[in-house]
Design a protein around this ligand. Structure first.
Ligand code: UDP
Length: 331
């Protein structure tokens, strides 16, 4: 029996595939390669190129493979893009979930681990954010993912498809040997952008706003290492395999770092000056997002290994130095 990883050529998906292969699992990857990279996929995994909204294609994969459980990373995830193009997000993310659950139901596959997000909480009423806190997204990305959580809930009620929704906070870092890492085109995320400035590929970091309700005025986010995240998915698969009920977990480090603090840490790690200037606020950004992640630790037994943001940035810097042009496969 195989684990089907949707979006397994993306940043987080490719680290997950790599970890699953390392732990001896048979892995099937589906990715449309719109934002993913074939070179990121561990060669021991079986790869299908296609779009999960294509029901015929997806059903063929389920027909050909013996799938035990699905891990679903295949979604668009850029907050500002979602503000400009909301329908793209509801179509791909929310619509894709419906096609997927229909194919799972038709093939009697009853377990799914899902990439949800801190963006489902919107502007938090309290920090750190607990799983039981209100989910009131303030951008279409978060709204599309919250709808996906709701759709999975009702598919569980009707068909008994059990899910674990993992609500990620800010994911960063790379496999420490620098063989796989983060490569988006165009890049929008803070850590890779800072490192592009350190590389000399960008002139400066633009810090989006310094008048937020935070200690230094810049947004505060909670950074978790991509391999710790992958481990949480493996634990979630075990949780479902043990017959537990559907559930949702925050995945963060429980410590917040401001954009300014991240810049300072990156200057330390790289030894580069990394020039920065102030720019206007970016739409859709809440002041602070910090997770309470004790539930994942207690229920799943999750123990993140990276608790130091400098260490997280260091792994991303190793990847950047080994792959100065990312996967170098832009077409
Ligand atoms: N950010 C920034 N400059 C950049 C990119 C990001 O100041 O060039 C800020 C962004 O406004 C947010 C934080 O960095 O406060 C993290 O943004 P990112 O896009 O990495 O992740 P998100 O929080 O949107 O998931």
């Amino acid at each position: 029996m195989s684990i089907l990883v949707l979006g397994g050529a993306g940043y987080i998906g490719s680290h997950m595939v790599d970890r699953l292969v390392e732990t001896g699992r048979d892995v099937v990857v589906v990715d449309n390669l719109v934002t993913g990279h074939l070179a990121a996929v561990n060669s021991a995994a079986k790869f299908y190129q296609g779009d999960l909204r294509d029901a015929d294609f997806l059903n063929q994969v389920f027909d050909q493979e013996s799938i035990e459980a699905v891990v679903h990373f295949a979604a668009f995830s850029i907050v500002p893009e979602s503000m400009a193009k909301p329908l793209k997000y509801f179509d791909n993310n929310t619509g894709g979930m419906i096609t997927l659950l229909e194919a799972m139901q038709a093939h009697d596959v009853k377990k799914i681990v899902f990439s949800s997000t801190a963006a489902t909480y919107g502007t938090p009423k309290q920090i750190p954010i607990k799983e039981t806190d209100p989910q009131e997204p303030i951008n279409p990305y978060g709204a599309s993912k919250l709808m996906m959580e709701h759709i999975m809930h009702w598919a569980d009620v009707a068909y008994g498809i059990k899910f674990v929704a993992l609500r990620y906070f800010n994911v960063a870092g790379a496999k420490p040997d620098g063989s796989i890492g983060e490569d988006h085109g165009p890049e929008t995320h803070l850590v890779p952008i800072i490192l592009q400035v350190a590389q000399g590929k960008r002139d400066e970091l633009k810090i989006f706003g310094d008048d937020y309700n935070t200690p230094d005025g810049t947004n505060v986010r909670d950074y978790v290492h991509v391999l710790d995240l992958a481990d949480a998915h493996i634990l979630a698969l075990k949780y479902l395999a043990a017959g537990h009920d559907s559930n949702a977990f925050n995945l963060g480090s429980s410590t917040g770092f401001s954009n300014q603090q991240m810049l300072t840490a990156a200057r330390e790690v790289t030894g580069k000056p990394i020039p920065a200037t102030l720019a206007p606020r970016r739409p859709g950004d809440p002041d602070s997002l910090v997770a309470a992640s004790d539930k994942a630790r207690e229920v799943l037994g999750w123990q993140p290994h990276y608790d130091d943001v400098n260490e997280i940035i260091k792994t991303a810097w190793t990847w950047t130095q080994k792959h100065p042009n990312g996967y170098d496969d832009r077409h």
